[in-house]
Design a protein around this ligand. Structure first.
Ligand code: NAD
Length: 361
């Protein structure tokens, strides 16, 4: 198709690495950020993949994102750990904070960890996966601050929240097949509107309202002023979860909520509260694993309404997408691709060099 390109994941990783490097990041940071963004595309979440680079570059230039920043431990009290991300790359500081929390959980069995002042942390499921790889369960509540509001409360006609993601991650007997529920509390993630807007596509009915609070399918209402709003998923229930994610992360981390008295510089700051649990402290691990396995098999055995769409557990769609995209390459719409190339040029990477690195010649 003319309006999309297909890039091999490794090549895309190399291109992102180079753009981030030109932004001043050291080798480890380049690797962490490029791995995370391309992994998001592989798992099917283009909203949190390489298409977000122009935003990162804009924030770098405005000094709302500070390269080479490690997470700072601001409070350490047994099971309670608090961190400040110092406006560093969220992919780096959130992973560092998770590593502390997972290490601590080995001795305490449960950890409540908070992270504030982190630039965009990306796909929250990546941190849930870190927990399951260590054999732990994790619950993540996240808000988005420093940014204009995007999501309307239930029964409201304008926006009052970010897309406040929530993630619950559970290890299973097979380490490579954890159950990971990882979702925005809006009907779709904001990046999915960016992808649709760039591709000139309309959204489904019932996802968006315009500036007057009327239903619309045009993602453009989120990119032009005065803006419309995304709706929370599951009406009052999604709205309630979005509010709780806002409060649990913004308040407990000390980073603050998106309420208007807190200064907004129009960057993207995430705060996150994480609860890590070692399941072996609560019961026999063999029994726990067998029970999780049996329950997953039970739900998946429900006869599908449509044979083309079998019942899955959360985390499976991402694994299926990863396998397919690792084999067949990652599709990007040309508008998003051109925006990435322009960002690369701003950082001093000539167009031809980007094309060369991405293997599209
Ligand atoms: P989504 O709607 O595509 O998926 C949500 C969850 O549903 C996933 O866990 C997925 O495995 C599960 N799922 C999907 N189809 C399923 C099926 N048929 N059966 C069983 N489970 C199924 O995701 P989303 O809400 O668009 O969020 C996308 C990403 O955006 C997430 O990784 C989230 O962390 C991220 N996000 C980040 C921020 C931030 O500020 N950093 C904000 C919002 C969203």
């Amino acid at each position: 198709m003319d309006n999309e390109i297909i890039v091999e994941a490794g090549r895309l990783r190399d291109l992102v690495y180079e753009i981030i490097r030109l932004g001043g990041s050291d080798a480890d940071e380049c690797r962490i950020v490029s791995d995370h963004l391309v992994e998001a595309n592989l798992t099917g979440h283009d909203s949190h993949g390489v298409g977000i680079i122009p935003t990162y570059i804009a924030n770098l230039q405005k000094k709302l994102l500070l390269p080479n920043t490690s997470v700072q431990n601001t409070s350490d009290n047994g099971s309670f750990l608090q961190f400040d991300g110092g406006k560093g790359y969220g992919q780096r500081v959130a992973a560092e904070a998770m590593e502390y929390a997972l290490e601590r959980c080995k001795t305490t069995g449960v950890v409540v960890m908070t992270l504030k002042n982190s630039h965009h942390i990306g796909r929250v499921g990546a941190y849930g996966k870190m927990a399951t790889e260590a054999g732990f369960i994790s619950l993540h509540f996240v808000n988005v601050t420093d940014h204009f509001t995007i999501v309307a409360p239930h029964l409201g006609s304008d926006s009052r929240f970010g897309t406040n993601p929530v993630c619950i991650a559970m290890p299973t007997k097979e380490k490579s097949r954890p159950i990971i529920l990882d979702m925005a509390t809006s009907k779709v993630a904001m990046g999915k509107l960016r992808v649709a807007h760039n591709a000139g596509e309309l959204m489904q009915e019932g996802i968006l309202i315009d500036k007057d609070g009327h239903s619309t399918r045009d993602p453009g209402v989120m990119f032009n002023d005065p803006k419309g709003a995304l709706l929370p998923f599951a009406e009052h229930k999604g709205y309630g979860l979005a509010l709780m994610a806002e409060l649990l992360s913004g308040v407990l981390s000390g980073g603050g909520t998106i309420q208007p008295k807190n200064k907004r510089l129009e960057g993207i700051i995430n705060t996150m509260t994480v609860i890590v649990i070692d399941p072996s402290r609560l019961g026999d691990l063999d029994w726990i694993n067998d029970e999780i396995d049996a329950m997953s098999k039970f739900v998946k055995a429900s006869p599908p309404v449509n044979l083309d769409y079998p019942v899955l557990v959360p985390g499976e769609p991402e694994r299926i997408s990863s396998q397919s995209r690792a084999r067949n390459g990652i599709r990007l719409d040309t508008e998003s691709w051109n925006q990435i190339l322009i960002s690369a040029e701003t950082m001093g990477l000539p167009h031809e060099k980007s094309i060369d690195i991405s293997g599209l010649k």
